[in-house]
Write a protein that binds this ligand. Structure first.
Ligand code: AR6
Length: 176
């Protein structure tokens, strides 16, 4: 499903974040060290190849809510934006830190004149953030930011599972 807000298309699809051929940048649900891990980080680094970890090394460590940008290496995307989500129940206040991930990633994309960005559901895997609450924070933040964006014209949420897709679609259609 899609919505057009302030000239920016916000959409939710089911799929693999490492297989988004038609977007300029993908966002990595990174670890602080910006090294390959499980989940999204594993898929992105596996597809990108070892050059990505090499480019990341001098940029680490990052803090919850922060975002940094690299090239896409062997991914089909020009850029990867790496952001560190909060560990649920540990990094607080978690909603503010999660909102910072989306806000800082979008601002970084906009500064680099990137027109299309795909996000995974940051923090909802290994970091344990309940998907309903995370979707609310993520989509609300993206919708708020559309007003300030000058270059980004497409924001895609790529959800791994059918249920996560349904949750995001429900939240996206309910937000004012
Ligand atoms: N494409 C899209 N979504 C995916 C994919 C994929 N290929 N794989 C998993 N997901 P996670 P986090 C979903 O754990 O919670 C890493 O090891 C997954 O179902 O990747 O922010 C890092 O190194 C979940 O809904 O990210 C960090 O240490 C969501 O993406 C830590 O995990 C996020 O899951 C980050 O944890």
């Amino acid at each position: 499903m899609k919505r057009d807000i302030n000239g920016v298309t916000v959409e939710c699809v089911q799929g693999d974040i490492a297989g988004q051929r038609d977007v300029a940048a993908v966002v990595n649900a990174a670890n602080a060290e910006l090294m390959p891990g499980g989940g999204v980080a594993g898929a992105i680094h596996r597809t990108a190849g070892p050059g990505l970890a090499e480019e990341c090394r001098p940029l680490a460590p990052i803090h919850p809510g922060e975002a940094v940008i690299t090239g896409g290496h062997n991914l089909p995307n020009r850029h990867v934006i790496h952001t560190l989500g909060p560990v649920y129940g540990q990094d607080r206040p978690e909603a503010d830190l999660l909102a910072n991930c989306y806000r800082n990633s979008l601002n970084l994309a906009d500064e680099h004149e990137i027109e299309s960005v795909a996000f995974p559901a940051i923090s909802t895997g290994i970091f344990g953030y309940p998907v309903e609450d995370a979707a609310e924070v993520a989509l609300r933040t993206v919708l708020e930011e559309t007003e300030r964006l000058r270059n980004v014209r497409l924001v895609r949420f790529v959800l791994h599972g059918e249920r996560d897709l349904q949750v995001h679609e429900r939240v996206l259609s309910a937000l004012a």
